[in-house]
Write a protein that binds this ligand. Structure first.
Ligand SMILES: [Zn+2]
Ligand SMILES: [Zn+2]
Ligand SMILES: [Zn+2]
Ligand SMILES: [Zn+2]
Ligand SMILES: [Zn+2]
Ligand SMILES: [Zn+2]
Ligand SMILES: [Zn+2]
Length: 450
């Protein structure tokens, strides 16, 4: 928050002859301070800032604001460098020499209230005086300017030359805990000491100092003065931890220890037996799992249906090169397919004579898979003459906009007629195709999705 700007009237800063200066330091037309402006005057000596005369000249009513003399252009005015110089070289106090030209980061508060008397800050304020024209230069380097403390949470505003001193005591300054080296705010120091894990705490049992974070463990497991129950045999005695070896010397535990060891041996035998059973059951499970795994990896899913296209000849009569008849889509597992018929050349391309009838299988959702297709073009007269087609293919992942497909050239178009039975012998001329599509799950590769 350095270089906080303060709004004030230059007149407030003037060292002497304030009364006289108050009549000339601002433009009589726009009232803005003249110390950064050029001053012009009419032939009668009425002066104003350049901007104000510019407005007068630009207006329809271009007369001097005082004597009403006509002013056509700047040629009819003269610049008053004497007055400019007088204003520029007027001695002023640094704004930071006052205690109540206060500044808040909130700009609205900058404005000096009218009629508020300014008080010199004789103890802490800036003592410098300088010419008006040096004001900006001075403000940039004045050590007495007000700055906001940079510590988060602190809203103190102090003079720049006092900021270091302030931060040495600032409640919001970051300090390092000397015990755990955590960074904390100075204001949190007392609270932190209450919970700091590295502060030494005196154990009430043994008077040893232990870090807070180890105290619980110390009391439960290592404190020499801690009371423990004898764990050897069925002794049940209670004594301080540092009395253990004495106790073992004084009391003979061997009888009850022997009894317990015998008991434990029996238990161990039982556990061994249980472990063996568990292992056998595990092996069984692994065997079962392998069977299931094999079933899954060989799992296939098929879809079987019939596709009927009525008015077949009618529909393809006016086919263009890329026209096709498409079936509704159907799902097999995760996959969505649909069928298509187009006319192509003998080799499947549709750039030559398109007198062949080609079947397409489209993969709609672009999930890579391997498929096997069986088609049967029905002969409506003699089903022994049904035309059977089998083909298989792999759908790779594609990055094209269009659906991926595999194709098969079935026959010459002229091979499909009512007469030979491949179109129904009624007014519908239906082409019927039985089909079965099999997706091998083993080849299903799931795409990575975000
Ligand atoms: Zn003006
Ligand atoms: Zn005039
Ligand atoms: Zn200063
Ligand atoms: Zn502070
Ligand atoms: Zn700490
Ligand atoms: Zn202790
Ligand atoms: Zn004991």
């Amino acid at each position: 928050m350095e270089n906080i700007k303060i709004k004030y009237d230059i007149i407030d800063l003037v060292c002497d002859e304030k009364e006289l200066f108050s009549n000339i330091y601002s433009c009589p037309v726009c009232y803005e301070p003249l110390f950064k402006k050029q001053i012009y005057q009419c032939s009668e000596g009425h002066w104003a800032c350049r901007e104000c005369f510019q407005k007068i000249i630009n207006s329809n009513n271009s007369h001097c604001m005082s004597c009403r003399k006509k002013i056509g252009s700047f040629n009819e005015l003269s610049r008053n460098r004497g007055l400019e110089l007088m204003i520029q070289s007027k001695k002023i106090h640094c704004p930071y020499s006052f205690s109540n030209i206060w500044c808040n980061p909130d700009e609205a508060d900058f404005e000096k209230q009218n009629n508020v008397e300014l008080f010199f800050d004789l103890d802490n304020g800036c003592k410098e005086t300088f010419k008006v024209e040096q004001l900006n230069n001075h403000l940039e380097k004045c050590n007495y300017r007000f700055v906001e403390c940079s510590n988060f949470g602190c809203d103190e505003i102090v003079r720049l030359n006092k900021i270091e001193k302030h931060q040495e005591i600032c409640k919001f300054a970051r300090i390092t805990c000397r015990d755990c080296e955590t960074k904390i705010k100075r204001i949190e120091e007392t609270d932190h000491t209450e919970v700091c894990p590295s502060v030494l705490i005196v154990c009430v049992q043994c008077n040893q100092s232990v870090k807070r974070c180890y105290l619980k463990d110390h009391i439960e497991n290592t404190c020499e003065q801690g009371i423990i129950k004898c764990k050897y045999g069925d002794c049940q005695s209670v004594y301080k931890r540092n009395q253990l070896s004495n106790h073992l010397k004084q009391v003979d535990h061997s009888e009850s220890m022997k009894r317990i060891i015998d008991l434990q041996e029996e238990e161990i035998e039982q556990y061994k037996e249980q472990l063996k059973e568990s292992n056998e059951r595990c092996l069984d499970l692994i065997k079962n799992f392998k069977v299931i795994d094999r079933i899954f990896t060989n799992y296939e899913e098929s879809y079987r249906n019939k596709w009927e296209i009525s008015d077949f000849k009618q529909k393809i009569r006016n086919f263009g090169v890329f026209d096709s008849i498409l079936s509704l889509s159907f799902k097999i597992g995760f996959h969505k397919f649909y069928l298509g018929i187009s006319l192509t050349g003998k080799d499947g391309f549709n750039n030559k004579d398109t007198d062949h009838f080609t079947l397409y299988l489209y993969n709609k959702n672009n999930i890579p898979t391997k498929v096997r297709c069986e088609f049967e073009v029905i002969n409506h007269i003699d089903k022994l003459k049904n035309k059977k087609i089998e083909f298989s293919g792999v759908f790779e992942k594609t990055y094209e906009e269009q659906d991926n497909y595999i194709e098969y050239v079935v026959s010459k178009l002229s091979d499909l007629s009512r007469r030979n039975g491949f179109l129904s012998n009624d007014s519908f001329e239906t082409l019927s195709i039985n089909f079965s599509i099999t997706v091998n799950k083993n080849n299903t590769i799931f795409p990575l999705k975000n």
